[in-house]
Design a protein around this ligand. Structure first.
Ligand SMILES: [Zn+2]
Ligand SMILES: [Zn+2]
Length: 269
């Protein structure tokens, strides 16, 4: 049975120390059949004064080495989590060309010219400011959904993780029209929706996006989904993926996507 974690990090990411081999060994122990190693490259961080170190060549070499090493036991996919490509398209295109990745997850960790959503203190952000931030994020997600060369959009409700962690919450219902526009564009461009389980295994009680938004995507006609733990340690690889497959099936999905040798397939769940 297909059991894949399509969003994982290793020591090639600036915020992770995990060894890629240890990650694969843990995935095999947990019964996974495939993982995509999607290390971070945030295209606009350097422009805003933060260093972004991602050795594309060394990463590729290492991922292809372990691909061979675990052949027959675990399908290892050479991926990337590309942050804000729409903010710095030239940089993004260069990285995509250099890496020739099998699977490109696209993320929006920040609004253009602002810090990562992670850095805001949501106990102090007033409702009208939060509304402005979410509206801006959704507008930029339309640009992201149109970016050429991406396969999937990761954690489409990314600030939800931090808003909830701060003891607050947000009702996304008022933004459903915006989500519909984004989903229609993703469907048109063959960009799949990631269901990110990090909020589930961290105990927030919802995935990103949550079940209601996944239903909205389904109602829009969206059928391309992939599930990822966003694990930054071997310990969390694969966490809450099976629960999420069950949620997807309840909604009506029959398959999730897989990538092999650059080709996409539908895998029964
Ligand atoms: Zn991310
Ligand atoms: Zn990630």
């Amino acid at each position: 049975m297909f059991f894949a974690d399509y969003h994982t990090h290793t020591c090639f990411s600036y915020d992770c120390e995990e060894n890629p081999e240890s990650l694969c060994i843990s995935a095999i122990k947990k019964g996974l059949t495939a993982i995509a190693i999607t290390d971070h490259y945030d295209c606009d961080y350097q422009e805003y004064g933060y260093p972004m170190v991602f050795d594309v060549k060394a990463h590729k070499k290492e991922i292809y080495r372990i691909k061979e090493k675990f052949k027959g036991k675990l399908d290892v996919v050479h991926g990337i989590e590309l942050g804000q490509p729409h903010a710095c398209p030239d940089i993004a295109e260069k990285i995509l060309k250099e890496g020739n990745f099998e699977f490109v997850l696209a993320s929006q960790h920040n609004i253009k010219k602002l810090p990562d959503f992670y850095y805001f203190d949501y106990t102090k952000v007033k409702e009208n400011l939060l509304d402005a931030m979410i509206s801006k994020m959704l507008k930029e997600l339309l640009e992201l959904a149109s970016f050429k060369g991406i396969d999937s959009i990761a954690h489409i409700t990314y600030p939800h993780r931090y808003i909830k962690s701060a003891g607050s919450d947000i009702d996304f219902k008022k933004y459903y029209d915006n989500f519909e526009d984004i989903f229609n564009l993703m469907i048109k461009n063959n960009v799949s929706l990631e269901i990110n389980t990090s909020t589930l295994w961290k105990g927030c009680g919802f995935s990103m996006p949550d079940e209601e938004i996944i239903k909205l995507y389904y109602e829009c006609g969206g059928r391309l989904v992939n599930v990822g733990s966003d694990s930054h340690t071997a310990e969390n690889v694969g966490d809450c993926i099976m629960d999420t497959y069950r949620t997807l099936k309840r909604i009506g999905f029959k398959t999730v996507i897989s990538v092999t040798n650059g080709e996409k397939f539908a895998e029964n769940i």
